[in-house]
Ligand binder design. Sequence first.
Ligand code: ADP
Ligand code: MG
Ligand code: MG
Length: 898
Amino acid sequence: MVRYVYDFTEGGRDMAGLLGGKGANLAEMTRLGLPVPPGFTVTTEACRAFLDSGGEPEGMWREVSDRLTALERAAGRLLGQPDGPLLLSVRSGARFSMPGMMETILDIGLNDESVLGLAKVSGNERFAWDSYRRLVQMFGSTVMGVDSAHFEREIAVLKETRGVQDDVHLTAGDLAGLVDTFKELIRDETGETFPQSPAEQLRRAVLAVFASWNGERARLYRRREHIADDLGTAVNVQRMVFGNLGADSGSGVAFTRDPATGRPGLYGDYLPDAQGEDVVAGIRNAVPLTELQRLDPGSYDRLRAHMQTLEGHYRDLCDIEFTIEHGTLWMLQTRVGKRTAEAAFAIAAELADEGTITQDEALVRVSGEQLARLMFPRFDADATGEPLAHGVPASPGAAVGAAVFDSAEAVRRATAGEKVVLVRQETTPDDLPGMIAAQAVLTSRGGKTSHAAVVARGMGKVCVCGAEALSVDTGARRFTTPDGTVVEEGTVLSVDGSAGAVYQGPVPLADSAVIRFLENGTRDENAAGTVDAVAGALARADSVRRLEVRANADTPEDAARARRFGAQGIGLCRTEHMFLGERRKLVEEMILAGSDTERDRALAALLPLQRQDFAGILEAMDGLPVTIRLLDPPLHEFLPDRTDLAVRIAAAEARGEVPAPHDVELLAAVNRMHEENPMLGLRGVRLGLLVPGLVAMQVRAVGEAVVERTRAGGAPRAEIMVPLVGDVRELRIVGEEVRRVLAEVSERSGVAVSCPVGTMIELPRAALTAGRIAGEAEFFSFGTNDLTQTTWGFSRDDVEAEFFSAYLDKGVFPTSPFETLDREGVGRLVEIAVTEGRAARPDLKIGVCGEHGGDPDSVHFFHATGLDYVSCSPFRVPVARLEAGRAALEGTDASDSR
Ligand code: ADP
Ligand code: MG
Ligand code: MG
């Protein structure tokens, strides 16, 4: 028979699935012998049964009643007993904590009779009536569904009539009157009466917690956080203790370490003469915990001892909630606490140094995402002041600029060299140019998956969204804060996308200490702990990871930086930028060439320039592999814009002049080369097959650069990569040419040049015929950006801003497939290609060079799939190193230790 109820003495922290996080940890504290008010947990399984059937699960109430009887016997009092009642709290608690679940109901068991008993035994009439008032209010709003604003209004009216500012000045009589008012209110609103039976109060509260699982806010939250809808919540029923019985009572929250920095010690707040919820609600000003040491040294010492026990037991930072009733300390909650990225690294390093956890566990406890947060520039913490508003920290980093209220103004000012922050209620695809032009985006609506958030993250732009306290008036070009401050267009704002805060005026920016350390080994004194912890975690990751980490870099500067960040080579060196700028003219000549001679002349002019580019990169990466991709984009990208040309010609004609012959020729070429879908057009390997001399020129430049570097005493390791291959025959034709040219360079120079020739796998057909392609390729590199586009059949640039936020909201995508590899679809193609490629050529080297190479979740997938390396932008290299290390520990003891 299934069991639906567990006493706190029967559970433990490994039962969080069944008892929820709060219940499991209450049980754990009980087992550890800490003073937890007794109680029991109704399981998530009961909740699931309730949600399935829509009714109370068979047998559940009998179990609850049995437990309740045991509680009553131990307390020597009955629930709601008229002369001195046992009172209970009913607390929701799912596996993962989430907003929108029913709020805790305190003081279940109070009614018109027992409130008098409570007044007598506590000797405090006002306390008793205030507790009853809170119960009726709480129960009325959360269980019976009366709008809580109605209750608040009645309180305000009463305060007004009594001429008092604060609740605490209402007398016992006032509060008793308020109870009557509330009861009437409930009757008017629901047609029901507030239940006087304590058992009925308990039963309805428990079922209301179950029902709140499917509340709108909770459902939305779960969808966004990818939490399954069928987990259900547990309910904790616990004997009340009272922090509001006078000066020798109180409630507080505490951390075993500073959650901001990770520094050990007791951190927290204490509020004398208060229920726990008052501390969190900030009704009155709490005092720091150190004050408790003065007020009640005995309780303080016991608290400190319990917290040491907890940290030792959980082997991590714990946060707790506690209450003191007449000098007796009670522990009401604990969990492994949330922390900043900085604290995460510091705590893991320190616990490992102490020997509390292993180095591997320390590595598992930090994440690439946290590391990335430490690498962004930040505002100087001493100089921020009070924020104007808080919103959702949608895209990290710190930026300063003048507020502008539409896209056109953003573009106008940015073009004139001004830094701007685009402020909107929310953004749409029309705002794209403004978002690109801005340093940061600030919206008053929308969450982490709103258009602004998705697009800003994609662009790596700072974004705070959903700053709901701001009322943005784009028409009047200003916004107003809750305290009435009006911020006009042009006002300088500082936006902290990591913390979700906005400040008025320029806040000075500080380079991240972690970046400075990675760049040149500097160890800032005031961030030494963080820097050392990061260095330690990276060192550990490097020693356990199997994946190599390379960088995507096109210039010697980027290559050098990537190397400082720990890159073990270049996985993708694009050559297209080598065709831009001054050189565009040469490319034009090559395209327009009327004869082989003309074309050869243009190519010959490009050759030395390319050679120089390659030599610089090979020098920066001396001794490490550099994968050079042959030209990939369609050629018309190197020609002038079609409309510009047409307008220029038409204007000349309108003036009665003869248009420049070069323009006419160019327009003809542009028209000839125009494609409806350039992404699927003449590009990649197709160029190599159709533009005579192009491949030969690029390969010769590579080969000669290798010769140059070898002669200079270097150890160049160039690899040649052919893009967009769909069929092995394409690669065979181009591969033969590559090898022919390299042989020629070797022969002429007398320096043996051998470069592995491989291909990108970025079309589904390539993945599906990988076995054959491996016959011609010495390595594979997955171009997961194009592979994602071609697998899904959408072009990133065209569709991302259009419908990704809708797809995320509707739950079609868990995350953007351009950020995190779509394992089911694109990932399956990767697996097929790895398996079949290796079957055909066991020593095939396989990597990935899309931006997914720097995404934590994707790195874990690439590790599991057996790739040899990931390659990503230089700034993501440390992130990829860390995650590759964590991936190698997945499924080991270290990763199970939590
Ligand atoms: P949340 O999950 O929102 O933190 P809790 O279940 O922890 O909600 O309850 C909120 C507050 O109610 C707690 O901080 C605690 O102070 C108070 N509380 C809950 N149960 C009891 C109890 N049995 N006795 C006294 N106070 C309680
Ligand atoms: Mg709590
Ligand atoms: Mg590509």
